[in-house]
Design a protein around this ligand. Structure first.
Ligand code: HEC
Length: 144
């Protein structure tokens, strides 16, 4: 399988800058989030779960694009894996590494990431649909 590493590089290109590849599958992470995280972080990630009333500091709003852009994938991953205390944050955010294996932590991290609209577009994915060419061709090119 000599071509596999090259394929992986292509898939994870946007993560290069940080030197950390989160990977993970947001759709799979959604289930973990619902059962283990939403009580504090809220059903839609706004930090308004039922248990959040008693929390100080409150969990961050995962839908806040500016906030999301200010933290790295690696930070999100480490907060979930090692907990708040290990990262100089609230110990109310526990370490999930005993409960979740690394794959599940990456999945739920990806889900958290998926909740915020991207503040700035990342590199466009390779166009495999052929539809991209419609957009790339200016409409006025058809005018005479
Ligand atoms: C008991 C409540 C509670 C539960 C359950 C909980 N968290 Fe948290 N989480 C917090 C609190 C409080 C913070 C804020 C810590 C701080 O800022 O000091 C936090 C912070 C975070 C952060 C850092 C966000 C940022 O932008 O700084 C992430 C990511 C996160 N939690 C993900 C999760 C995930 C994923 C789960 C489920 C596997 C989860 N949390 C479960 C309370 C909780």
């Amino acid at each position: 399988m000599k071509t596999l590493p090259a394929a992986l590089l292509l898939l994870s290109a946007p993560a290069f800058a940080a030197g950390f590849e989160l990977g993970g599958n947001a759709a799979r992470g959604a289930e973990t989030y619902k059962t283990m995280c939403s009580s504090c972080h809220g059903a839609t990630g706004k930090g308004d779960g039922a248990a959040s009333a008693a929390l100080n500091p409150k969990p961050a709003n995962f839908q806040d694009a500016a906030r999301a852009a200010s933290v790295t994938d690696e930070y999100i991953y480490k907060m979930i894996k090692n907990g708040g205390a290990a990262n100089g944050k609230s110990a109310m955010m526990v370490a999930w590494s005993p409960a979740l294996d690394d794959g599940k932590i990456r999945d739920v991290s990806a889900y958290v990431r998926s909740l915020a609209p991207r503040a700035a577009p990342t590199a466009p994915a390779a166009d495999t649909t052929g539809k991209g060419t419609e957009k790339a061709t200016p409409a006025k090119a058809k005018k005479k």
